[in-house]
Design a protein around this ligand. Structure first.
Ligand SMILES: Nc1ncnc2c1ncn2[C@@H]1O[C@H](COP(=O)(O)OP(=O)(O)OP(=O)(O)O)[C@@H](O)[C@H]1O
Length: 740
């Protein structure tokens, strides 16, 4: 099977498209063109450096402005090379060429050994080794970045990278309210780069090994320029500065992260609550809760801490690299070989482990959901003696996760082993080289100690950079999932504004056809249903199981929207009413009401902001439930436990009826809401709900003024009980079932 491939230019232009075989030569040609352009740019850069050197020699200059001079030359060279690259590529330079130009101009000033704090700066030296080292290190860094870190399947990865970048930038935008915190945190980083090393040393631990080396040389009598006391003082000063600044920076970042997490969770929870019911049928509570907690935490942590660690490690690495180059460029070159190798290995490891990490995340969400379902349904589990089955099911899910984690462990172990072998090999080579450098007098013991002291933190920093990159890339999936929820527009109709003071409560279904969104391919649950619920009357909606009664109630409560037709309340479509007003005026009491942990009063007032205790008491009296509440120790403040476990089923139903009555609704839907109450109380409640000319819809025929018989999603018969019994139709034939 051959699939179509599109080869993109970095600016989004299409180079060409076709099958894999057709596109292959085009990609090779593009690589060759890039390599040729890169070579020309390198030659041009060398020519510019030689020209500068020639000018310095002709003018007999030994210095031309110190370190600022090198940076000024770097900046001027950047502008010239930028124009040159644009001309070379007809104004459309590839990103890789732009990055190479930036490295050529900025890496040399950074790595110029004359800028190391231990040596006075004397200006650009006409030194051939430096002339070669600058372009070579730039080229190496560029290759490491493009091949090792970005990977070689650029055409496909560019789009992913672009997506990842966009997502990460979007996360960073959520930090906007914390700009002041961030400015404070990053100021510590930027200060260190901008300020002179010896005066304001930020990230002074970068220079600690250097001062340690100086102290060793002094103690060994090799360096008499400064006193030992001064050098130890310097060492203590930079160590203290380091501890102070890193502590403050870390603290501020943690604080910012906590604020970001809170904001994101609030926003996501708000968005989730706006979604239509179908969304919650598609996404189980366990995975939504997992997104809300673990994923948002992970997302904020990864982006905030990684960007902090990335900047910190990059600044440290560049500074350390510069000092190490000053100590011994030969040893530094050898150390640098380790980088591309490790970057390449890391890149491969990230690609392999990314899928596994996503799988682990998915398994976590599923296991959490499974445990939640079992624990919350423990009554059913126990009554069916299904503990062993549930345990088996959970164990099976754990096995799946264990298998994925095992694969991750194997990948990680192999990667670690190869990485250690590479590091060990390089270390042995370095020791051999260091021995010959010391014996030839090119390196002092103190410098070697300094160099080795730098090596460990240097490799730690590099590992941190690579880890941050890998961790950030593996979080992209999580970030995109969270954003997909945040961006989701609820499929609900826009809220209306109608909130009339008086409501009659006349409900009319006009040719309503409805299909559940989760079952789009099956028969509609309701087919062209037309019926009327008269105000002040009790209407019963009856019919065989699966006939469509609950579907009618769900549409009435606006949990779903009809596909065709409309439902009118006092002549107006339901969605024209204000949301809060509508649900206050149309109350539903179900057979198994959902209660929340908290007090009785909290559950009764649920969603009402201005409810007094008197109103609550009055509603309880109407529901014939005040006697049971007054017998409770804490009355209305009694805690009903998780989901009302401390109440009997009948008490739960009473509570749900009070909750409906306290809203003073005009329409009441009783979905077998009094089935668990005493007969006496049932009668009292039915009597009460009919007062004030309310419209009542129930699912039982007793006491109903009007009966609507619904079957297979259509109204089959309707009339009074007497009329329907006289007809001897479907209702008549099912009468025993209906009355049982
Ligand atoms: N959430 C849902 N998703 C998909 N289909 C559903 C859903 N709920 C109900 N149905 C289907 O819609 C049809 C009507 O179901 P409905 O619950 O309205 O019947 P009912 O008359 O209330 O039944 P019962 O008396 O047993 O409660 C049935 O075929 C049912 O399978």
């Amino acid at each position: 099977m051959s699939c179509n491939v599109v080869l993109f230019h970095e600016n989004g232009d299409v180079y060409g498209d076709g099958t894999q075989d057709q596109i292959q030569p085009l990609a090779v040609w593009k690589m060759k063109e890039l390599a040729a352009c890169g070579l020309v740019i390198l030659l041009f850069d060398t020519a510019l450096c030689l020209a500068l050197w020639a000018v310095l020699v002709l003018l007999s200059c030994s210095s031309w402005g110190g370190l600022p001079g090198v940076w000024a030359f770097g900046a001027a060279k950047w502008a010239v090379l930028h124009v040159f690259t644009s001309k070379l590529t007809d104004g459309k330079p590839e990103g890789v060429l732009r990055r190479l130009v930036a490295l050529l101009c900025l890496l040399s000033p950074w790595t110029d050994p004359h800028g190391a704090p231990s040596q006075p700066y004397t200006g650009p030296s006409p030194d051939f080794s430096m002339l070669l080292l600058g372009p070579l290190s730039s080229l190496l860094a560029c290759v490491v970045w493009e091949k090792g870190v970005c990977g070689d399947s650029k055409t496909k990865k560019d789009n992913i990278d672009l997506d990842a970048r966009r997502l990460l930038v979007r996360v960073l935008k959520y930090f906007k309210p914390d700009t002041l915190y961030l400015i404070a945190a990053f100021s510590f980083l930027i200060l260190g780069v901008v300020c002179k090393y010896e005066t304001l040393i930020f990230y002074s631990d970068t220079y600690i090994p250097l001062y340690q080396g100086n102290v060793i040389d002094m103690l060994g009598g090799q360096n008499h320029q400064t006193s030992v006391g001064y050098a130890i003082g310097q060492l203590a000063f930079v160590s203290l500065g380091s501890a102070l600044f890193s502590g403050m920076r870390g603290g501020i970042f943690m604080c910012t992260l906590a604020r970001l997490n809170k904001r994101l969770k609030h926003l996501l929870f708000h968005t989730l609550l706006q979604q239509e019911v179908h969304f919650f049928e598609e996404n189980n509570p366990g995975s939504l809760s997992s997104r809300l907690h673990s994923d948002v935490d992970r997302m904020g942590r990864t982006v905030a801490l990684n960007s902090n660690a990335l900047v910190r490690s990059t600044v440290k690495t560049v500074l350390m690299f510069r000092v190490m180059l000053g100590l011994s460029w030969e040893l530094t070159l050898l150390t640098s070989i380790e980088m591309p190798l490790l970057a390449f290995l890391q890149n491969k490891y990230i690609t392999w482990s990314k899928d596994l990490k996503d799988q682990i995340q998915e398994c976590h969400a599923q296991n959490k959901d499974l445990a939640f379902q079992t624990i919350s349904g423990i009554h059913t589990v126990r009554s069916f003696r299904a503990e062993k089955d549930e345990l088996r099911r959970y164990n099976k899910a754990l096995d799946v996760m264990c298998a994925v984690k095992r694969s991750t462990g194997i990948y990680s172990a192999v990667f670690l082993l190869i990485r250690r072998v590479v590091s060990l090999g390089i270390k042995i080579l370095m020791l051999v080289l260091a021995r010959s450098l010391i014996s030839s007098g090119d390196l002092t013991i103190g410098s070697l100690v300094s160099f080795f002291l730098y090596q460990k933190p240097m490799s730690t920093n590099l590992k941190e950079i690579m880890y941050c990159y890998g961790e950030t890339m593996s979080t992209v999936g999580v970030i995109s999932k969270v954003f997909s929820y945040l961006d989701r527009t609820p499929k609900c109709k826009k809220e209306g504004e109608l909130a009339p003071e008086r409501l009659e409560g006349r409900i009319v279904f006009q040719n309503v056809t409805f299909k559940y969104p989760s079952s789009p391919d099956v028969e509609p649950a309701l087919k062209k249903v037309s019926m009327e619920l008269k105000p002040g009357k009790m209407t019963a909606l009856v019919g065989p199981s699966g006939g469509g009664k609950t579907s009618c109630v769900s549409l009435l409560k606006r949990l779903y929207e009809p596909e065709e037709g409309q439902i009118l309340l006092d002549g107006q479509p339901l969605h024209h009413y204000n949301h809060k007003y509508f649900h206050q005026k149309m109350a539903l009491v179900s057979q198994n009401p959902v209660l929340f942990s908290g007090s009785l009063r909290y559950n009764i007032e649920y969603g009402l902001n201005d409810c007094t205790l008197e109103r609550v008491k009055e509603a309880a009296k109407k529901a014939n439930a005040d006697h049971f509440i007054s017998e409770l120790k804490n009355k209305y403040d009694t805690d009903i436990g998780e989901c009302g476990v401390k109440l009997s089923d009948g008490q739960k139903q009473s509570l749900a009826i009070i909750r409906a009555l306290v809203r003073e609704p005009q329409v009441i839907i009783l979905d077998e809401a009094t089935s668990k109450l005493d007969v006496e109380v049932q009668h009292a409640v039915l009597q009460e709900v009919l007062t004030c000319g309310r419209t009542v819809l129930l699912k039982t025929v007793e006491k109903a003024d009007h009966i609507i018989f619904i079957e297979k999603g259509a109204v089959v018969e309707e009339g009074t009980h007497k009329q329907l019994m006289a007809k001897e139709g479907r209702y008549y034939r099912l009468k025993e079932e209906l009355f049982s």
